[in-house]
Design a protein around this ligand. Structure first.
Ligand code: GSH
Length: 225
């Protein structure tokens, strides 16, 4: 029975799981859900995830949600092409980088992206300025890691790359939007502001199956969420 994945276009959490499935060269049935039609809140989805959020992964009778839990499940169940390294030390460092991103960067990325997509930059100017400052600092840390190495941890792409990448792509997309105004020049062009991150993005884009994970509606609309 094939693995099933329920996801939403543009959801960075969903993107992590699609990237993980492709990284592991696993066959899967893909179920893109329309947020606008509230498909993620259908009775079937709520039975699998009472929080009504995506991604949700179903493998036979087993259901797991929360993107990182999905990554960990896939790595334990299908160890080929590891996501959490090949040693205890590597696993610890990968989890550390993920925890740092989640604890210190993610909520601020979300704040900036939401303000841009909802055209709320003026109303949230103070909070967004603070968030930009914090995200800038975290981006410099990531830039430093990638200045010394092709991947965030170790010699291969790992769960750390797959966790952070969608958030950075979402931030880049928000900065490309006209409404981002003066914020744009702090991040773009990334080749100038964060050259090692820009090269890393290109490396991720070269990974097998990457094209199948790219948010479909991003291809059609350059400037909408
Ligand atoms: N911590 C969760 C976050 C999942 C999440 O918030 N997904 C969003 C899409 S980006 C969602 O489904 N939102 C729908 C809603 O809240 O109604 C994870 O890592 O999977």
């Amino acid at each position: 029975m094939a693995i099933e994945v329920y996801w939403g276009s543009g959801s960075p959490y969903s993107w992590r799981v699609l990237l993980a499935l492709e990284h592991k060269r696993l066959a899967y049935d893909s179920h893109p859900l329309q947020f606008s039609k509230q498909e993620h809140k259908s009775p079937q989805m709520l039975r699998m995830n009472p929080r009504g959020r995506v991604p949700v992964l179903k493998d036979g009778d087993y259901v797991v949600f929360e993107s990182l839990a999905c990554l960990l499940y896939l790595d334990r169940k299908y160890p080929e092409y590891p996501l959490f390294g090949t040693s205890a030390e590597e696993a610890g460092t990968i989890m550390r980088v993920i925890c740092e991103y989640q604890a210190y960067a993610e909520q601020h990325v979300t704040q900036i992206v939401s303000a841009v997509f909802l055209d709320q930059l003026d109303q949230q100017a103070e909070a967004v300025t603070r968030a930009m400052h914090i995200v800038g600092g975290e981006a410099r840390t990531i830039e430093g890691r990638l200045g010394n190495s092709d991947w965030l941890v170790g010699e291969q792409p790992s769960a750390a790359d797959l966790t952070v990448f969608p958030g950075i792509m979402l931030l880049r997309r928000a900065m490309e939007k006209r409404e981002s105004g003066d914020l744009r020049s702090r991040f773009l062009p990334m080749e100038a502001t964060y050259p090692a991150i820009a090269r890393w993005i290109q490396r991720v884009e070269q990974l097998p199956g990457y094209e199948r994970t790219y948010p479909p509606h991003w291809r059609d609309t350059v400037h909408r969420s």
